[in-house]
Design a protein around this ligand. Structure first.
Ligand SMILES: Nc1ncnc2c1ncn2[C@@H]1O[C@H](COP(=O)(O)OP(=O)(O)OP(=O)(O)O)[C@@H](O)[C@H]1O
Length: 600
């Protein structure tokens, strides 16, 4: 009970401090000058609120539960103090296992955290060793990686449990050496089925070991983990006071929706992309692997090249696709986010589908440690499109969190069919929408008129007919075959040339027939003047942000693009009526509803 009271007090105190401390610098947080220099090289000059609150507490040695929005900088919030502590600890004792263990739910996240640690270590020129281990590695490789031992181990719980059971990592050594345990994306660790794996490790973590739990959302799972791992932690919950929506979705992301039938979704996405109504880069979420390929084949016929990312692809290919996309080598990525769906509806269509597929491709299993929705730091994704809605509100929050990261702005557009209205309502309620007040966190998309959509209908339906089930199945099999072949090449090549991203393009065409020339451009007579105007403004804004196809490298962190966002200054109903731009709340809402009716 005393602990509960203390925690509540801590929570209260920290929330108040965050308000006051907003202007603190990294120096004032007590960060080592080497780390500050390394951050400056990366363009990171000012700590985010979660970093301001968490870094001093972690440096003091406190157990911390940190809950802050997606993209708010939680990774540095724990990595910076972790490294600083290791700077002073290194060489102080004869260790036989890693001093720090960072556990993440997916391989993609493992790679991301590992790269981040490595780059900080290299910039700081300190003698620290970091390794990443995943369950796909052979026990002999795990053993080899753990000899030394490394100072920091980044891994998934399943892999740690494998290391313990195979004796690649000895329990006594862990007990003697571990001084910091970090559970990143904590709310996902249990839902990914890692509970038993964590239970294999946690009893051997000594009480003196500092434990940190990082998460973007709270859940019963976080509470469970908190009890399992932490001792009297300080709980940091960062949110903008009094605004539930801001707790979940960064303020700098504008959320939109379009009501359309399931059948028309491809038509709408074609209109959004072909008429350039969303800024690049664009991340499109679908719920099944087949839908990803269906969309890719469909868009290809209109000259829109995309890459697909899913759990079926080999790990090297997946990592390479992410690297290429982050480096700006292609603009559109279709990602299958089916993890929650699999958990929610056991034996659902996609699982069924996957098992049918795996009979056809017996060697290819879906990777249960795959995940691109959670924690992955997509660089400069401006727009997230939900072609299909996620099954839960939490899934929505994490998908949308792939844009608007750190201080960047972004937008999301969700295509919602009548079947998905129930989950859409649940999402709106979770975000804090109140029917009785004239407020809406997810506004109707204002830039697309009905005319603009209808003008593309004939072509879209014609092409959609050619994307048959057989075509989808063949494209999926072909893509898998070539990625498996490439995967080995990728492995050896990128060990030697890590920067050579151009070698294998992942947005290659999969259609059997080359895209017809006449579908590449939308002829003038099919262009709706209002939408055309909107498209021009989006292009202008993109150019103003330095975000053109010839210049798609990351913009500097901390530079807000909000003021030049066309979604704030344009509406399909015409510029005069909306002179003040779109606002989420207040008197513009009536106008926005009208714009939505125009679009629908
Ligand atoms: N102080 C900072 N200033 C500018 N950019 C920052 C700062 N801290 C982190 N970033 C950048 O912000 C982006 C998001 O950070 P990070 O991935 O840590 O977010 P997160 O809170 O862990 O998000 P998620 O919950 O989605 O995992 C990264 O590109 C990171 O480099």
């Amino acid at each position: 009970m005393a602990n509960v009271t203390e925690n509540l007090q801590n929570e209260k105190i920290k929330e108040e401090q965050v308000e006051e401390e907003e202007e603190k610098s990294f120096e004032e947080l007590g960060l080592d000058p080497r780390l500050i220099r390394a951050l400056t090289k990366k363009g990171v000059t000012k700590p985010t609120p979660i970093q301001i609150s968490a870094i001093p507490l972690i440096l003091e040695g406190k157990d911390v539960v940190a809950r802050a929005k997606t993209g708010s900088g939680k990774t540095y919030a724990y990595l910076l103090p972790l490294l600083q502590k290791l700077f002073s600890d290194s060489g102080s004792s004869k260790k036989t296992a890693p001093s720090a263990v960072v556990l993440v739910p997916t391989r993609e996240l493992c790679q991301q955290v590992y790269s981040e640690v490595l780059s900080l270590i290299e910039s700081c020129r300190v003698q620290l060793k970091v390794v990443q281990l995943t369950s796909s590695m052979a026990v002999s490789d795990l053993r080899a990686a753990l000899t030394g031992p490394p100072d920091i181990l980044v891994s998934t719980p399943a892999c740690i449990s494998m290391c313990l059971s195979s004796n690649a990592l000895q329990i006594n050594s862990v007990r003697d050496s571990i001084s910091m345990l970090i559970l990143d994306e904590a709310d996902l660790l249990l839902s990914y089925g890692y509970e038993d794996d964590l239970k294999a490790l946690i009893p051997h973590v000594p009480r003196r070991c500092q434990c940190l739990l990082m998460s973007a959302t709270t859940s019963a799972d976080v509470e469970k983990l908190k009890k399992l791992v932490l001792h009297n932690p300080v709980i940091l919950t960062l949110s903008e006071v009094g605004d539930i929506k801001d707790e979940l979705i960064p303020k700098n992301v504008q959320q939109f929706w379009i009501s359309c039938s399931a059948r028309d979704k491809q038509l709408y996405i074609l209109a959004l992309l072909k008429l350039e109504l969303v800024q690049k880069k664009v991340l499109i979420f679908v719920n099944t692997i087949d839908m990803g390929f269906r969309l890719k084949l469909f868009l290809e016929q209109f000259g829109i090249r995309t890459a697909v990312l899913n759990a079926e692809l080999p790990q090297n290919s997946r990592l390479h696709i992410l690297e290429e996309f982050n480096a700006g080598l292609f603009d559109y990525l279709i990602a299958t986010d089916d993890s929650k769906i699999k958990q929610k509806e056991q034996g659902n269509e996609d699982n069924h589908d996957a098992s049918k597929k795996s009979k056809k491709h017996p060697k290819q299993k879906l990777d249960s440690e795959f995940g691109v929705v959670r924690g992955i730091d997509f660089k400069n994704v401006y727009a997230v499109i939900n072609l299909e809605m996620p099954p839960t509100a939490a899934g929505y929050v994490h998908r949308i969190g792939r844009t608007g990261r750190a201080y960047n702005t972004g937008a999301s557009v969700s295509l919602v069919s009548s079947d998905e209205m129930e989950v859409f309502e649940e999402i709106k309620t979770t975000l804090g929408e109140d029917e009785n007040q004239d407020s809406s966190f997810i506004a109707p998309f204002p830039l697309l008129t009905k005319n603009a959509v209808e003008s593309l209908r004939y072509r879209a339906e014609d092409v959609a007919k050619t994307v048959t089930k057989v075509a989808v199945r063949e494209a999926r099999a072909q893509d898998l075959r070539s990625e498996i072949l490439n995967s080995e090449k990728l492995k050896s090549h990128f060990e030697e040339h890590p920067m050579d991203l151009d070698l294998l393009k992942h947005d290659k065409l999969l259609s059997k027939k080359p895209p017809p020339a006449h579908l590449r451009a939308v002829p003038e007579y099919l262009m709706d003047p209002t939408t055309q105007e909107a498209s021009k403004i989006v292009k202008l804004a993109r150019a103003a942000m330095g975000n053109t196809s010839s210049n798609r490298r990351p913009v500097s962190k901390g530079k807000s693009r909000r003021s030049r966002d066309p979604l704030k200054t344009f509406s399909a109903a015409g510029p005069k009526k909306f002179k003040g731009g779109l606002k989420r709340k207040g008197k513009d809402m009536g106008d926005k509803k009208k714009a939505a009716n125009d679009a629908n």
